[in-house]
Design a protein around this ligand. Structure first.
Ligand code: F6R
Length: 616
């Protein structure tokens, strides 16, 4: 949540901050702001703080009339946690004397007591945010320490919670103090100065060599260099990571929206996620598991923990692990798992699935599961992310950077990775033979072409089907077995990008309540691909049709009969049921986008959402 940027060097900071914030807008976009350090007429430096509710483009327009020269500044794009979106709550937040400004990503858990203490000491708070306590804590510490880094360290020692922090102080021109705990911070040194951001995407124009700051590490950025220290102020030598993807990979590549570009990338994601996963001898190779074959063989219970779309990938995994490895598998929202007392033993495997690798609830659930003795395996898209670092082993989904807030290609990467894991578990449990695994692997690889085929051929059918939903006030998604997992993901995609209320149900549950919703024209979107439960799903659809529903079906190519009950059919190639989530979810992603366009929604940045949910 929230994007942080900072620059100090030889160039004008304003433009660098705005460009960085625009690239990180997927992290939050309800308000944005910058603090720029400028030399006053009297030769003394001051901080100019400019903030605005709304997207970064609004802030950029406002800054067009700002004519001061500044080569050092910090910026922020916000996703509201404490305090509604407003100018007062937008970052940067400043100290009482206005000489210290702070941008923060994370959450200050003890902010209420700190605020009370600071207010009693005479500080005046001007926002409802938790962040503002940092500005006043640093101000207090600075009066005794007279050193920005020392003051930031001492403020951080008082805070319970998570922070990625960048601070400027008018009394130390050209310096940006940075701190991190449980919130991403990357730092880089370019030819023209020093940079900090919460995402490498904001830095890659300037440098490919970045430092991913670790928890409890600090950095002092100046125009001439960067000094890294630990919580005790001792100088440290951090590891430098080379980033080998370029900005083009993160840009739209000619598509009107990132979401569409990312949907089109899915065949590549399938291929890349499978690269190197089968040895020449035909054995599955997932050696990053961090678990021996013996430990894997002992596993007698699996929990998949995740949120949102990643949770839906977990629903697919449950079907596969139970079918192939016969290990009881539960899928739980991470936000629920961590507050329950789940049954965990040393032979429990917890699989944490997270595109961003930094979802707060998923991370907390991982920590909890490890304390209780479970082995934890992460599936994430972000190399070096907290989920990767805190798990015993990790599979990277190879989706590459996902910019659209609604997950598409990362879902496909997760499902493919989980399918590999299920195959491996099936093999170590002697339920799947090597020969079966090879066949499954080959068919899994074939889904890349099948997705491409859907993208190439189903556009017109999807566009027609979308018209049915345009003016609806609600829609139902149904399916059975694997089809119900896909239905859940389809409903989430539709509702988050088009703001059309959508709900998913196991088709057999319709008669137990939801069918009461059906009236003439009500959209029912069904996943009815050829599977053992196909006939039963068709019967459910007939019941909906009898009540006037407008029926859209994702069906298997060659199924002509389905046209008798469906108003619109979107065809996907025939695959084994185990792989139907990979193919059948693609038209539902496209459908969600089409409906969003018809309803005039911002496809890539739906309201109220953020790409990384780093608060609980
Ligand atoms: C929906 C979506 C979200 C995320 C959820 C978890 O399209 O993207 O539901 O799936 O916020 O995020 P990660 O996977 O980063 O943990």
């Amino acid at each position: 949540m929230c994007g942080i940027i900072g620059f100090t060097g030889k160039d004008q900071a304003q433009q660098i901050l705005i460009e960085g914030l625009a690239r990180m807008e997927y992290r939050g976009y309800d308000s944005a702001g910058v603090a720029l350090e400028v030399a006053g007429a009297d030769g003394e430096s001051r901080l100019d703080v400019i903030r605005r509710v709304g997207k970064v483009s609004g802030l950029a327009s406002e800054l067009e009339s700002y004519k001061e020269s500044s080569t050092c500044g910090i910026g922020h794009t916000r996703w509201a946690t404490h305090g509604r979106p407003s100018t007062a709550n937008a970052h940067p937040h400043v100290s009482c004397d206005g000489r210290i400004a702070v941008v923060h990503n994370g959450i200050v858990e003890n902010f209420a007591e700190l605020r009370e203490e600071l207010t009693a000491a005479g500080h005046e708070f001007r926002s409802d945010t938790d962040t503002e306590v940092f500005a006043h804590l640093i101000e207090d510490a600075y009066t005794t320490e007279h050193d920005l880094m020392a003051a930031v360290r001492s403020a951080c020692a008082r805070v319970v919670g998570a922070y990625g922090l960048a601070v400027v102080c008018a009394d130390e021109p050209g310096t940006i103090a940075v701190a991190r705990k449980d919130s991403p911070i990357v730092i880089g040194r370019g030819e023209r100065g020093s940079y900090v951001a919460s995402d490498v995407i904001a830095l890659i124009d300037a440098t490919r060599d970045v430092v991913v700051l670790a928890d409890d590490q600090f950095a002092k950025l100046t125009p001439d260099g960067i000094e890294y220290t630990d919580a005790g102020g001792n100088v440290i030598e951090p590891e430098v990571t080379h980033v080998d993807w370029d900005l083009d990979m993160a840009e739209k590549g000619g598509y009107p929206h990132f979401m569409l570009k990312e949907i089109h990338e899915q065949p590549r994601v399938v291929r890349d996620t499978l690269v190197g996963r089968m040895t020449a001898a035909g054995e599955l190779d997932i050696d990053e598991l961090g678990l021996s074959l013996e430990e894997l063989n002992d596993i007698d219970r699996v929990y998949v923990i995740a949120c949102g779309t990643s949770y839906h990938a977990g629903l697919v995994a449950k079907n596969l692990i139970e079918a192939w490895a016969r290990i009881p598998t539960e899928v739980e929202a991470a936000s629920e798992f961590r507050y329950r007392d789940p049954i965990i033993t040393p032979t429990t495997l917890v699989v944490a699935v997270s595109q961003s690798g930094e979802t707060a609830d998923t991370l907390a659930a991982i920590r909890d599961a490890r304390i209780k003795g479970a082995k934890v395996f992460g599936i994430t898209n972000v190399v070096g992310s907290p989920v990767a670092r805190e798990s015993d082993g990790v599979i990277y989904t190879k989706a590459n950077k996902e910019i659209a807030v609604a997950s598409t290609k990362s879902f496909i990467g997760q499902v493919v990775s989980l399918t590999l894991l299920a195959m491996l578990l099936g093999q170590v449990k002697y339920r799947l033979t090597t020969k079966q695994c090879r066949l499954l692997f080959r068919e899994l690889g074939d889904t890349a072409e099948q997705i491409q085929h859907i993208i190439d051929t189903q556009g017109p059918a999807i566009a027609e089907a979308a018209k049915v939903c345009k003016d609806a006030h609600s829609a139902l998604f149904v399916g059975r077995g694997m089809g119900s997992a896909i239905a859940y993901e389809g409903a989430l995609k539709l509702k988050e990008v088009s703001y059309l209320h959508a709900e998913a149900y196991a088709a057999g549950e319709m008669k137990h309540g939801p069918i009461a919703l059906i009236e003439p024209g009500f959209p029912v979107i069904a996943v009815a691909t050829k599977s053992p439960t196909y006939d039963k799903t068709v019967s459910n659809l007939m019941e909906c049709r009898a009540r006037g529903a407008a029926i859209i079906v994702v069906a298997t190519e060659g199924d002509e009969d389905i046209k008798k009950i469906a108003d619109h059919v979107i065809y996907v190639p025939r695959v084994r049921d185990a792989f139907s989530a990979i193919t059948a979810s693609v038209p539902l992603q496209l459908l969600g986008r089409e409906v969003a366009l018809l309803r005039g929604c911002d496809v890539d940045k739906p309201r109220n959402l953020a790409k990384s949910v780093t608060v609980e």
